[in-house]
Unconditional design. Sequence first.
Length: 142
Amino acid sequence: MLLFAVAEDAKVHLTSQTRIIAAVLAVAFMALILELIRRGRLQERYSVVWFVAGLGMLAGAAFPGLLEFASDLMGVRDTNVALFSIVLLLLLGLALNFSVIMSRQAAQITRLAQERAIEQARRQVEEGSNGDTAKATQRSRS
């Protein structure tokens, strides 16, 4: 009975100081993403996901009631479980996204290696046939 009473009273109670720290961390995270883009260490197409995650962090800091709303939508009594589930789903989505990107790049690398091998084989055949022609020309002159 006590467990259910505690679960029903699970509300998001963030102090002003905690909300400010969370907002500062979210803004710092987004600034880090922009700095990585500026230095060329993160491509723009991959940064969108991380920037949206930073905006989500900022929204969570500014509006702590959003987590309660999300937990109600998910049918979860405890907001911590909802937050954990959301983060887990985000990480699984990122892992799947990067697996798709890696698969695509591995296929491109394989294709490029095959094309390069074909070009090298053609070049060797051309050099071989040019060398045979040059040797035949030298023999006919002698």
